[in-house]
Design a protein around this ligand. Structure first.
Ligand code: NAD
Ligand code: LMR
Length: 334
């Protein structure tokens, strides 16, 4: 019998046969994200894991007539290992969301150990998978996963992604509201990380580089703190879930296109990045071309305005601390 890899190599239709696993699939993000992955035709096997309701969500989605099987798992009967087994892409939105008044870093104490334990399981059952980390604080949870995979001897920096796509979506939307255009025509590269001042939209690289100073500053602030708008509006019932599901599905869709050998697939994403390593910033979001091995090319930042250079300098200082916190956590709590 041909292996899955051989089948992919020889059959163009099988080139779109992928197993995607969602960990935290019954949550506010997990459910709509799983729905969107059920609608992605590259996905032939969708595995949904949660502490509760994984099987219920899977049964519900399994009635949708797209070309994928859906299986649900809970912690019983080795469910996590089964959900992860041989996955090509693993999406991780497991963990607690913010309430008003909290920063993403305030989630660290709860989410760090959740993400660490899921990464340990992925290292064993899906060592070749592309891992897409959504759980906050992303600036620290991605370094946590990296440390776990290093300890297990299966770290592949080309296949670990912090999902910052929501900042990209917000940038398109908010910019279009300021300049009165259709948001689908506005593309903004967002670099740095995924919290407050570490989110740096490169608006000087758009068609709208000459915004008046007050409008520019208000727009940058709205992009950096867009998550707070949702947290406030949900008033204690969580943070962005639906827009995040759309963002996660876009990022996963792009990773799958890259794995399938489609060309010119680029997304900004938070990765183990050579760009500022010499300055002690090991993870940084830049525009990345995706390919069959995961990260194919890391793009340079390009021309920056003075304001953007200053924002990046500020972002790097915060990121250094966020990254160290994640790495130290795993060293102290392996
Ligand atoms: P939620 O509470 O609605 O759902 C989280 C789910 O994770 C729950 O179903 C819960 O049972 C599950 N879970 C908890 N521990 C688990 C474990 N050990 N294994 C498997 N599942 C587990 O929260 P949400 O609104 O879906 O948000 C989830 C996370 O995503 C939060 O940390 C939030 O801050 C983050 N988030 C990130 C972004 C981003 O841009 N990267 C955007 C929005 C939210
Ligand atoms: C977001 O940007 O919406 C997420 O990171 C959730 C949050 O806590 O704001």
């Amino acid at each position: 019998m041909l292996s899955k890899a051989s089948v992919r190599q020889f059959s163009s239709s099988a080139a779109s046969a992928y197993k995607v696993t969602v960990l935290g699939a019954a949550g506010g993000i997990g459910q709509p994200l799983s729905l969107l992955m059920k609608l992605n035709h590259k996905v032939t096997n969708l595995a949904l894991y949660d502490l509760r309701l994984g099987k219920g969500v899977a049964t519900d989605l399994s009635h949708i007539p797209t070309n994928s099987t859906v299986e649900g798992f809970g912690p019983d009967n080795d469910g996590l290992a089964k959900a992860l087994k041989d996955a090509d892409v693993v999406l991780i939105p497991a963990g607690v969301p913010r309430k008003p008044g909290m920063t993403r870093d305030d989630l660290f104490n709860t989410n760090a150990s959740i993400v660490r334990d899921l990464a340990k399981a992925a290292a064993v059952s899906a060592p070749n998978a592309a891992l897409l980390i959504i759980s906050n604080p992303v600036n620290s949870t991605v370094p946590i996963v990296s440390e776990v995979l290093k300890e297990k001897g299966v770290y592949n920096p080309k296949k670990l992604f912090g999902v910052t796509t929501l900042d990209v979506l917000r940038s398109s939307r908010f910019l279009s509201e300021v300049v009165g255009t259709n948001p689908t025509t506005e593309t903004v590269t967002v670099v740095g990380g995924h919290s407050g001042v570490t989110i740096v939209p490169l608006l000087s690289q758009t068609k709208h580089k000459d915004l008046p100073k007050d409008k520019y500053e208000a727009l940058v602030h709205r992009i950096q703190f867009g998550g707070d708008e949702v947290v406030k509006a949900k008033d204690g019932a969580g943070s962005a879930t639906l827009s995040m599901a759309q963002a996660g599905a876009r990022m996963a869709g792009s990773v799958l296109k890259g794995l399938a050998g489609e060309t010119d697939i680029t997304e900004p994403t938070y990765i183990d990045n050579p760009l500022f390593k010499s300055e002690g910033v090991d993870f940084f979001s830049t525009r990345v071309t995706l390919g069959p091995e995961g990260v194919k090319e890391v793009h340079p930042l390009g021309n920056l305005s003075t304001a953007e250079q200053e924002m990046i300098a500020t972002a790097k200082e915060t990121l250094k601390k966020n990254i160290k916190k994640g790495v130290d956590f795993v060293k102290a709590n392996p």
